[in-house]
Every structure is written in structure tokens, then in C-alpha cells.
Design a protein around this ligand. Structure first.
Ligand code: PAF
Length: 285
């Protein structure tokens, strides 16, 4: 059965009110479309924990600091809707821009701390755009739970902080990164890799896993991370924007894996910017 597509806030609210009247709980999976198995795993997580799942599709102009990236972002609504029908999502909320940013819209949600460094440094304004649109999607849907992939680990922290700080009554659920068989983290941007770049791309995840194991064995991060970034460059990657060890709980920078941590990276491959991260178990040394 086709997934119903909702374009307006008023229809979204009527639909959710109808579900509430039947006692249903509601899950939300925010996306920008170009759906892949990673997104569908979020839908499945939503179906496992809530009675009705809304997937949102909105390519949010406010989170793109680079107009070329916004223009190149894949837009595949028909095939997205077909995938969602197969996965069992209940509605696809694909609002017109005016439902999200009506004439005169002037509010920005800005999350200090979690938004700083890494993505926040290399994509100025990105997390303001994310926090603003996600706050709107939380409030528009009134969902009980929202499902986000750990692939965008810093985004997860920003969104959690925002919902907590604004007392939005929603639980933000983190879901594991889904990887291709060769280890490459699934991403809507992967389709833009050339055949040669696609062959090289799994080196990013492999480097993260190898480096994480050394950190858990007790290595100091600064020299190890510098060496890993150099190795990516020698393998054929372009600029490694960051490769950092951060606390899993607070995102504070770490020099050793002295607590549960994450190793996070952003690197260019041709004209595609890839991000990824892996957990780092604490070192016993
Ligand atoms: O992760 C994404 O696809 C986007 O940042 C999100 C959360 C849908 C907000 O536009």
C-alpha cells in the first residue's frame, strides 16, 4: 500500500490527533530524503517502539552553509515514498517550505557547547539550521519518540540538548550506524562518489576501527590521530577536516580513551565530504 503523503501542518495535526484519540503512541523519523537502508532502519526502530511512525522529508536550506551542496542534494521523493511503504511507515510528512518557514519567519534555535567544534567549525551555521528545523518538526508532530542515526553523532548531541533545554516532551532515541558490507557508513552522499572513490571510501571506516582499537589498548590520541590523518591523505583522501577523540557522554575532547569515547572524522574524497564515527571502549591502562 502507498504511504500517504502529507504536505501541510494542519493535515499533520489532524492525523496525529486522530491517532491520539485511539490511544496510539507516535514516533518521528526526520530525514532529508534520498532514503537508504540507514533511514529504513530508523523506521523499523520506530515501528518497534511506537504505534504510528511519521517520516519527514524536508531538504532544509537553513542547514546548508554551501549553496552548491544544497543544489546537489539528491531529491528522490517518489522512490523514497515507495521505500517507506515497503518499510511500513504510516505517513510521509513532506511539507512545502512555507509550512516550515512561512513569510516573516525570524527565529533561530542555537545550541551552545554541543554545536561547537568539528561539524560546527567546518560548517558554520549548520547546527543552528538543524536545531531550528528539528525543534519545529518535534513541535509540529507532537511525537513521543524521535529516532536519529549515530552516524551524525554530534547532531544527536545537539538535538538532545535542544529538546531537553526547551522542555519538548520527546525522547530522542539513538540508532546504530548502518554500514555497507565493506564498512562504508551509509549516506545519501555516497551516490556522488565515482567508481574509483567508492572503492577507496571504506578506508575511512577501516581507519577509524583500527585507530579505536589502538586507543583502547592505551595509546595517546594526538600522535596516533595525526598519523591516521596522514595515512588517509596518502591513501587518496583530500583534506581531513577533523579526526578527534571525544567523550561519548559529553563530547568533551579527550587525549586518551579514559572513558567511553567516540572517534569522529570528516574527510573529503573528490568533491564529496564524508563523515563517520565509531565507539571507542575505554582503555584499562
Ligand atoms: O540528519 C538529517 O538528515 C538532517 O540533519 C535532519 C535531522 C533531518 C534535519 O534536517
Amino acid at each position: 500500500m502507498a504511504v500517504p503523503i502529507v504536505r501541510t501542518l494542519s493535515v499533520l495535526r489532524q492525523t496525529v490527533a486522530g491517532w491520539r484519540a485511539q490511544g496510539f503512541t507516535v514516533g518521528l523519523v526526520p530525514t532529508m530524503g534520498a532514503l537508504h537502508e540507514g533511514h529504513l532502519s530508523l523506521v523499523r526502530a520506530g515501528l518497534a517502539r511506537t504505534d504510528r511512525v511519521i517520516v519527514t522529508l524536508f531538504v532544509n536550506p537553513k542547514q546548508f552553509n554551501n549553496p552548491a551542496d544544497l543544489a546537489a542534494y539528491p531529491r528522490t521523493e517518489d522512490s523514497d515514498a515507495a521505500k517507506l511503504a515497503g518499510a511500513g511507515a504510516h505517513i510521509l510528512y513532506a511539507p512545502n517550505a512555507a509550512e516550515i518557514y512561512p513569510e516573516g519567519f525570524s527565529t533561530t534555535v542555537s545550541v551552545a557547547g554541543a554545536s561547537e567544534g568539528m561539524e560546527g567549525h567546518f560548517r558554520p551555521g549548520h547546527f543552528d539550521g538543524v536545531a531550528t528545523v528539528v525543534a519545529k518538526l518535534f513541535l509540529q508532530s507532537g511525537a513521543d519518540l524521535a529516532f536519529f542515526g549515530e552516524k551524525d553523532f554530534q547532531q544527536l548531541h545537539v538535538v538532545r540538548r535542544m529538546a531537553g533545554d526547551l522542555d519538548i516532551p520527546i525522547e530522542v532515541v539513538a540508532c546504530q550506524t548502518i554500514r555497507e558490507k565493506d564498512g562504508l557508513a551509509m549516506s545519501s552522499r555516497n551516490v556522488r562518489l565515482s567508481a574509483a572513490e567508492r572503492t577507496l571510501a571504506p578506508r575511512l571506516a577501516a581507519t577509524l576501527f583500527e585507530t579505536a582499537a589502538k586507543l583502547t589498548a592505551g595509546a595517546d590520541a594526538p600522535p596516533l590521530l595525526a598519523e591516521a590523518a596522514r595515512a588517509l591523505g596518502s591513501a587518496g583522501f583530500g583534506q581531513v577536516e577533523y579526526l578527534e577523540l571525544r567523550s561519548e557522554a559529553t563530547l568533551a575532547p579527550l587525549v586518551r580513551a579514559s572513558e567511553p569515547a567516540r572517534l569522529l572524522v570528516a574527510a573529503w574524497l573528490g568533491d564529496v565530504r564524508l563523515i563517520d564515527n565509531v565507539p571507542v571502549a575505554p582503555s584499562s591502562r
